[in-house]
Design a protein around this ligand. Structure first.
Ligand code: GLU
Length: 573
């Protein structure tokens, strides 16, 4: 794999500038002219065309990958409100094109300080039903997105902070056409209209969801953004916006939460040590806990490194069997160990130890599924994985002209989050990513609710580097606890099977979370069900709406992909 084209171009220019002879100057000028005519090696892949355009415009204006990611996500809050936004959180990986350093930023929501382990238990001590827990104030975590942006912008931003807000403010004021997906999700939702602010925004005067193409304006969001553009993230975490968030959470009729002004004022985004693991001739880098995604993707790939997937190829039930079994083993560990590392000890090093992963790989039989895998390390605690696949969350990938790259997954958890809307944006329901049960099998659950703790996530923003540290790929996806599976599929399809990025993302999904093996409905893969059943898999054929976005560095430049299952696009210039 060649070094990143930007890095090469940068080095060439510096070398040639030191030459004094006029002939050399002419060569330099012609080189610069050619370089200027070529499309800059920059790209954004995101879940909505308006958001991708906002990011692309920032790149064209000389913004960095982080600048573009921020501008795009502020537009996603508006145009893809079901998925993510300033009322939620995100995990962001950054690759520095100069130093080749990878940094990981955690903007995950926190539980209010007053939250206790029984947050999601009813009067009899039984877990609440999921939707009873989600809708209202109880599930709302302290949003992390804007503190994350402030931290990342300080470290990697090039354009002034207010500039990043312009596109979203303009679009919120002038209005954007309701997309088919937004329309469908509003029409399908049973809870949004229970709350006045969301009802007034998402439905027309006849109480119908706005039609596809209806121009939806959001002056309240424009006003929110204007304040944050002017006064920084502080304007969100202290002052009138914070006061309205707290009032909305505490005043949610029937299901209030306990968030306080002090919780918002205390929120911190965190830089965390990135996790990288060798995979064949590459390094795969992921986000550490409190998401389980990085560990799950790296463990699965570390186990798969012991098998010849390229030799088996994409049409082989045997390859599917191996990927499903590797993921099954990773999910057995995930269920027991993964939670907020600031509250429980997560044995990340042991879980990613190559010798341990070799032992785990040895458990896989080529002829028979493990059925149910057991965790592989001694268990200090126990946890309970949740098993849903909500239609929300968003992933974007950006490369700027200096070779810096962002891979970011952002979420408000369920579609439309808690359904509480404040000043033009929705509040998350991320606290339902905690285990509802504080104890299980006589032990405290690692992912139980605690005040100030971050709920375990599955979000898996990923970067792949070559053995020289040059960037090879950026990718990630929404999909709840199927996220690690969607990312693993894309990595295997691209790295092992050689599919281009669009084909790797579009390749039918197949996922195992230490239970049934799910095959994507309506795809040729579903026809492999009998082969997998013969290997002992319980197979379920079902829709699997991933939303993967990313790109790969090739000899010809950046090769991007947007998931055809959602509304995303790839833009270069
Ligand atoms: N809240 C989920 C998580 O953090 C993501 C939900 C989704 O992908 O829709 O893992």
């Amino acid at each position: 794999m060649p070094a990143h084209p930007n890095t090469l171009a940068g080095k060439t220019i510096r070398k040639m500038q030191s030459a004094a002879a006029p002939r050399r100057l002419a060569v330099l000028l012609s080189f610069l002219l050619t370089a200027a005519c070529q499309s800059p090696p920059q790209m954004i892949a995101a879940a909505n065309p308006f958001a991708a355009e906002a990011g692309r415009d920032i790149l064209n204006a000389g913004g960095s990958a982080v600048d573009a990611a921020i501008a795009a996500e502020l537009v996603l809050t508006l145009v893809e409100p079901q998925s993510s936004g300033v009322g939620g959180g995100a995990f962001l990986l950054h690759y520095d094109g100069q130093s080749q350093e990878v940094s990981a930023y955690d903007g995950r929501e926190t539980a209010p300080a007053a939250a206790t382990a029984d947050l999601f238990l009813d009067a009899e001590g039984k877990p609440m039903s999921f939707w009873d827990a989600v809708v209202g104030g109880r599930s709302v975590g302290v949003p992390g997105l804007l503190r994350l942006f402030e931290t990342a912008h300080r470290a990697h931003g090039r354009l002034p902070w207010p500039r990043l807000f312009e596109a979203a403010i303009d679009l919120a004021e002038s209005g954007f056409p309701v997309s088919p997906r937004l329309h469908e999700l509003v029409a399908r939702d049973k809870h949004l209209r229970r709350f006045e602010a969301a009802k007034a925004y998402f439905y027309d005067r006849d109480d119908q969801p706005h039609a596809v193409g209806h121009r939806l304006q959001n002056p309240a969001y424009a006003d929110t953004l204007r304040r944050i553009a002017r006064d920084g993230a502080e304007a969100f975490y202290n002052g009138p916006i914070a006061a309205d968030i707290v009032a909305s959470v505490r005043g949610a009729v029937g299901n209030p939460g306990a968030m306080s002004l002090a919780d918002l004022a205390a929120y911190e985004a965190k830089a965390r040590p990135v996790l990288c693991l060798p995979y064949r001739r590459w390094q795969i880098c992921g986000m550490p806990p409190p998401t389980s995604g990085g560990v799950a993707v790296l463990q699965t790939m570390g186990i798969l490194a012991h098998f010849d997937l390229a030799g088996l190829g994409p049409e082989s039930p045997q390859a599917l069997h191996l990927v499903a079994e590797a993921s099954r083993l990773a999910f057995a560990d995930r269920g027991l160990f993964l939670a907020d590392p600031d509250f429980v000890t997560v044995p990340v090093e042991e879980l990613l130890d190559p010798a341990y992963l070799a032992d785990r790989a040895a458990l896989i039989s080529p002829t028979r599924s493990l059925g149910k895998a057991e965790p592989g390390l001694p268990a200090p605690q126990a946890s309970m994985p949740r098993q849903d696949d909500p239609p929300s969350t968003t992933h974007l990938a950006v490369a700027d002209r200096w070779g810096n790259v962002v891979s970011m997954t952002a979420s408000i958890e369920s579609a439309f989050g808690s359904r509480l809307m404040v000043r033009g944006f929705l509040l998350n329901n991320e606290l339902t990513d905690f285990s509802f049960l504080p104890r299980s099998a006589g032990r405290a659950v690692a992912n139980r609710v605690e005040g100030g703790k971050r709920p375990r996530s599955s979000m898996s923003p990923t970067l792949v580097l070559d053995d020289q540290g040059a960037l090879v790929m950026a990718v990630g996806s929404p999909g709840g606890s199927r996220i690690p599976g969607y990312v693993v599929k894309t990595l295997v399809a691209s790295l092992d099977w050689g599919l281009d990025m669009q084909a790797a993302i579009a390749f039918p999904n197949f996922v195992n979370r230490n239970g049934a093996t799910d095959l994507e409905e309506g795809t040729p893969l579903a026809r492999m069900a009998p082969d997998l059943e013969a290997l002992g898999h319980e197979v379920r054929v079902r829709p699997m709406t991933s939303g993967a976005h990313g790109f790969r560095v090739t000899d010809e430049g950046l090769d991007g992909g947007a998931d055809p299952r959602r509304e995303g696009v790839v833009l270069t210039r």
